[in-house]
Design a protein around this ligand. Sequence first.
Ligand SMILES: *Cc1c(COP(=O)(O)O)cnc(C)c1O
Length: 403
Amino acid sequence: MSADRYFRWKHPLRPTYYTKLKFKPLNQLPLAIQGGAPTFPKGPPKWPVVDDAIRKSIDQALASGQWGVYEGDLTNQLHQGLQTEFQLSNSLLCSSGTISVELALRGVGVRPGDEVILAAYDFPGNFRAIESVGAIPVLVDVVANGWVMDHEKVATALSETTSALIVSHLHGQSADVDAIAKIVGPRGIKIIEDVCQSPGGRHQGQMLGLRGDVATFSFGGSKLLTAGRGGAILSNDEATIQRAKIFAHRGNDAFPLSQIQAALLLPQLKKLRIRNQRRQQVASKVADAVNRLSELSTITVSASADSMGAFYKLPILLQKNSAIERATFLSAIQAEGVAMDIGFRGFAKRSTRRCRRVGSLGNAVLAAENTMLLHHPILMSDEEHVERLISAVERCHKYCLEM
Ligand SMILES: *Cc1c(COP(=O)(O)O)cnc(C)c1O
């Protein structure tokens, strides 16, 4: 239907047309990209959300004067809160998730010339962090139809100079850190768990970040715990945190997290679990709907209390050589007011002067080319919004297939 006909059809001064609209099933309405009304005219839900608890926390920080000092009650409480929530006994606060990964590499003692293994599909800053410490990135593939390091590829990636791995839990999927630790642990190779996307997630009954040697967190503006900026590393090994601290301190903390940032984070930390649960429930619904559609797949969201994804992004993977164009699908869904975008570009095409590649990295290439990511705020909305989201995904899918 043309935009013009649709407008006349739904115009309030034409009650008969209006009635038609009311009884027209949602999935037969024209898409916004075809001139229809967008599913979410106001766009995606806002993030971060400011609530009374955050206001109160900031007011207190201002009233007490705590906001004016470098470190104090609030940063101390944040250390305590993070250590309790994530079950790790030492922490260092810092200015971003990006720097947290570099601090973690320094903390576990990576030296210039060492090799550090990471997945060929990962956050771009992780590759740079390895280069920043003078080490050499070694790329291994991700699991098939997924986004996390394939532990079966790790053994062949090891060399005499491998000193660490960065293992990221991405898009609600957990890497099998236990399996990786079995391979590298006996050789004294350290594991950095990047938990920037999944704070509070659990894998086989254990909190993410516990199985590696050090865990990294981000408090960036779009993340599940946010102070606009910020990060942290946590570890049960005091010496690891101490080494990172020595690097970060140059007479003063060079990558600080402020007390006012801590004031923002403290109330959010208390709500993390309940919010993760809600996001998990909705992610599970959306994932079921996506998995029913041809050419698209996503992760299986576990229903067991044992495992819980923390959903910073919900991934959707287009099949290899799909009839659906990623760019077309994204234009259509974005026009509906849904925050969905491409995933990471991955490192498979990086020059071999900068890194060493292990195997064909075929899964990582597919992930880089075919991933679409749904941003998390909509995962906390009510049933009606979720139904509308699912319908928008289904209609965009149909639209792309009929093109
Ligand atoms: C966001 C992110 C980071 C970096 O966090 P910033 O605080 O934005 O610097 C690192 N790793 C992963 C996997 C991320 O998603």
